[in-house]
Design a protein around this ligand. Structure first.
Ligand code: GDP
Length: 310
């Protein structure tokens, strides 16, 4: 893709959007379009359509979404389905109206059925019931994939989607009530070390398994697919390896340097037992994740310290 192409990143201040900006800048793209929420409210259909009609980007990355961990997904259910559906509908339909030919929609591995075979292939979409704790979010993300697919079928656009596994890295949210497990454990272990505690509270049983992808690896995969000229369908993005929540807590504690005991809080939900992605579709076309988990956690901890440490 031409380095002077106008690439709009919706949600550039978030963890994924900011990683995309870094990656595109590093690759030499000179026309990166961004708007803060104060400048453009993506829930506002008229404002979003007017922006797209005026700017006519050559490519759009859709990293704008309301996201969160198991507690936020489970409690802010109406916000998660409504806001994500609105942003997707406004951006994808607006992109087509404005004549935008190419777009990458970002989904999530929670779109797949709760009890599907592991590792999860793209083909398992819509083959069974979803995990209840994040069903509203998953339904919105499935709608996003289908908006892209349907727009391609009816209007001949070239919109594709990526389904990242659980992400972590720079600019993550460390709010304990709404964050995902990895940033939550970094913060909890750091604070426990500072207080001189001898215990770390981990939600659920510690037995669920999760796969974690460093966000800069995701950005690399998205730019790879854009440059490859992908025009349709969707791709899992992950590392192909998972760990139990207990193992994750042990790695985080060792990176942070906290040597206490893990205590499991059974009043909190486990969520889906396992969601390991099958990443062969992406591997076959030449992309693989690079950052080992421990190394990525050390980088994330450094970012946490820079932004919240002290
Ligand atoms: P999920 O992948 O959609 O289930 O979202 P999370 O990243 O929030 O949670 C993953 C798993 O980690 C679940 O089994 C949680 O119960 C567990 N977990 C353990 N400790 C924590 C914590 O402090 N915060 C969060 N969000 N999850 C935790």
């Amino acid at each position: 893709m031409d380095r002077a192409a106008r690439v709009y990143i919706a949600g550039h201040n978030g963890m994924v959007g900011s990683a995309l900006v870094r990656r595109l800048q590093q690759a030499g793209y000179t026309n990166i379009l961004t708007r803060t929420r104060a400048e453009l409210e993506l829930l506002d259909q008229a404002a979003t359509h007017a922006f797209l009609a005026q700017e006519k980007p050559d490519f759009i990355f859709m990293a704008a979404a309301i996201v969160g961990g198991i507690h936020a997904n489970n409690t802010l259910r109406a916000d998660f389905i409504y806001q994500n559906l609105m942003v997707e509908a406004n951006l994808i339909h607006g992109a087509w109206l404005a004549g935008v030919q190419r777009l990458c929609f970002l989904g999530s591995s929670c779109i797949y059925p709760r009890d599907c075979p592991q590792p999860i292939k793209e083909d398992y979409l819509l083959t069974g019931p979803l995990e209840p704790t994040n069903e509203p979010y998953a339904i919105a993300k499935i709608a996003g994939i289908k908006l892209c697919e349907s727009c391609n079928r009816q209007h001949g656009t070239k919109y594709f989607s990526v389904m990242p596994t659980n992400l972590y890295g720079a600019n993550d949210s460390y709010d304990l009530a709404s964050s995902h497990v990895l940033p939550a454990l970094i913060r909890k272990a750091h604070e426990a070390k500072q207080r001189g505690d001898n215990e770390l509270a981990v939600w659920g049983s510690g037995k669920p398994m999760r796969e974690f992808l460093f966000v800069d690896d995701l950005a690399d995969a998205c730019v790879f697919l854009m440059e490859k000229g992908i025009t349709d369908g969707f791709y899992n993005v992950g590392t192909g390896k998972d760990v139990t929540i207990r193992e994750l807590a042990e790695i985080v504690m060792s990176v942070v340097g906290f040597a206490g005991r893990i205590v499991f809080d059974a009043t909190k939900p486990d969520g889906t037992p396992r969601k390991l992605l099958d990443v062969s579709r992406l591997r076959e076309i030449g992309w693989q994740a690079r950052t080992p988990l421990r190394e990525g956690i050390a980088l994330a901890y450094r970012d946490f310290m820079a932004r919240h440490g002290g």
